[in-house]
Design a protein around this ligand. Sequence first.
Ligand SMILES: *Cc1c(COP(=O)(O)O)cnc(C)c1O
Length: 678
Amino acid sequence: MDFTPPRPRPDRRDTFTRTPVSKPKTSAKAAAASEPWTAKEAQDHYGFKRWGGDHFSVDDTGALCVHPMADGRKIRILDVVKEAESMGLKPPLTIRVQDLLRQRVIRINEAFRSAIRQEGYQGVYRGVFPVKVNQLREVVEEIVDAGDKYDFGLEAGSKPELLIALAMLENSNSLLVCNGYKDEEYIRLALIGRRLGKQTVIVVEQVSELDPIIRIAKEIGVEPFIGLRVKLSTSGEGKWAESTGENAKFGLTPCEIMQIAAKLRRARMTESLRLLHFHIGSQVPNIATIKKAVSEAARYYCELVRMGFPMGILDVGGGLGIDYDGSRSNYESSMNYSMEVYARDVVFNIKAVCEETGVEVPDITSESGRALVAPHSILIFEAIDRIVRDGDEPIPVKGRRSKPVKELDDILRNKHGLDPLERFHDAKQKKEEAHQLFTLGHLALDQRAEADRLYWEICRDIRNTLPAGGDIPDDLTDLDALLAEQYVCNFSVFQSLMDHWALDQLFPIAPIHRLDEKPTVPATLVDITCDSDGKVCDFIDFEDKRATINLHPLKAGQPYYIGAFMVGAYQDIMGDLHNLFGRVNEAHVFLEDDEEAGWYMEETIAGQTVERVLDMIQYDADDLCRAMKKAVDRATKADEVKPREGVAMLDLYEKLIRGRTYLVPARKSSKMRAKKAR
Ligand SMILES: *Cc1c(COP(=O)(O)O)cnc(C)c1O
C-alpha cells in the first residue's frame, strides 16, 4: 500500500503546478552545469559573517561549518546531519552546539567583568538565566555548569520553572530570582529555598504579593530576600515595546512602591528589601533605550537606599538583543550595540547615577535570555519538493485560440512595442478577462490554462529584461516575489519557527551545503502544514528584508538541507502542534577537548512519535489500533479484502502510529543502494 503524503493546501495565489523533484522543470541551462561559487561569495550572500560573527564559515567542499568557540575548531554541519540520520534521526533536526552555548555564558560574564574593571566599579556582576527562554534540561545544565565559576544563577517566572531552578542551582553564591505572578505555593517554595541556603529573591510584581510573603516568612522562620519590579516610564522599542510604560502589565508604580515601603517598615522587615528589578521587553534594538532605562532604574535604586532600605542589587532584566540580520542597526531584527557595549553602558550609567546621589554602587544582575541561548541552536530541514509557476511549454488548445489568449500572445511577443510597465498592466488585464470568461462559461479549461501560462511567461520576460539596478516602477519590483518558486520543506513553522509566524521575527536561513555552487533559484519556503500561513517569505537582508532567498535547484534523489539559525531562544517551547506535527529530532554536539579530534554527539532526543502527540489530545494508540482491526476484520469477513492484505494494512497502521509525525521523503539513492545490496 502506498503512503501518499498529504499535500499542502496551495497558497492564496493561484496557478501553481506541482512538479515532482525527479523531473526538474527549470530550464535546461540552469539544470545542466551549476556555476561555481567561492566560499567568500557564499559568505557574503547569506551574511554568515554578518550575523554569525566568527562562528560560521564555508569550507572548500561548499559545506557550512560552525565554530563553537569562534576559533579555528569547527564542526561541519552536514556531517552532524549525516551522523544523526545514520542513527535514525532524520530532519527536521535541531542541532544544539553546546560549546557555543557555553561560549555565550562566558562572554556575557567576561563582558561585565571587564566593564567593571574599566570603570573601576566597586560592585560585582552576578547574572541569571531566565529559564523561560529555553527550559530544556541539557540547556539549563550547560548554562549552570559554564556559569558556575562566575556565580551565574537562574531566574524563574512560574512555579514549574522555580521547581527546576531550585533543584538545578547548587552554587549558594548564585542568585535565584523569582519573577512572575505568584500564589502562596510559589512564595512558600521560594522561601524554602532560603531555608536551604539559596539566594532566592522574591521579586514583588503586585502589592498583594507582599502580605503572604511576610506571613509565610514568619511562619517558616526565615528572612526573605525581597525585590521590587518597577514600572519604568522609559518605554521600550521594537516588538516588545509594550512591556514597559504606564500601561504595561508588569511592575509597580511609584505610589505602590511607597505603599510597600510603608508595609515593610510596619512589619519591621526593612532589612529584607535587597533588589530592584525592571525589564523593558525583549530584543531591544536601540542602546539609547537601555541607557535611559538603566538611569531611570538607578534613580529608583538610590531613592530606596536613601529611604533606609539596604538594597544591594540592581537587576536590569532582559532585552539584550541578537543581531538576527547582521545589520548592526536599530531595525527590529537587529541591534545597534554589542554585548560588550551593553555591559559597559549598564555599568557606566549605574555608576554615574550613584556617584551623583552619593549612594554606594549596587551589585549588578541581568536576566539576558535570548542573547545567551539563541545562537547555539540550528534547525535543519529538508526541501522535498517545489511548486513552480506555469512553465514555458504551450498548452495544446482545441480549436481556435480565444481572444484573450491571442492578445496575451501578442503581448508576449511585444507586438506593439510597449514599455515594461504597460506590458505588465495589459497582461494582467487580459488574464483577468480570461478568468471572467471562464467563470461565465465562455472559455474552456485549455484556453484558460494557456492564458495563465502566457501571463506568467510575460511576467518572466519582463523581469528578465528589466535593467539591473535601474529605477524600477513599484508594480514591477514585486515580480521577483511573484515569480519565486516555493520550496516545500519538511517542517512546521508553527512547531519550529513560531515567532516568524506570530511576530514576523526574521531568522537567518541558508542552505548548509552546495555553497560552492551559485544559488540560481529565487524561492520562498512553504512548510508541510495545511495552513497557508505556514511559510517563510521574509528573509534577512542588509538593513531590510527581502521576499525571496536564492537557493540551489533540487537534484533528484539528493537531499537538500536548509538551516534556520539562532533559533535557540523561545522557539522550542512556544512551538505548537498544528496539524499534529510534534517536536523534532535533536542532536547535541560538543567539540573534543583534544584540538585535533573534532567533535562528538553526546546526546540525541528523538522527536515526538505520532502516538505521543495523539496521547496529548486524548487518543489512545491501542484503542485506535483496535478500532482499525475491527474494520479490517469486518472487511475480511465480507471478503472485501484478503486476510493477508488485511494483516499488511494493520501492520502499516501500527507502524505509522508508532512512527514520526513528519514526512519520510523518498530517497532514490537509498533505493539504489538497497538494490545493489541484494
Ligand atoms: C522574558 C524575560 C526575560 C528575558 O528576556 P530576554 O530579552 O530574552 O533576555 C528577562 N526577565 C524577565 C522578567 C522576563 O520576563
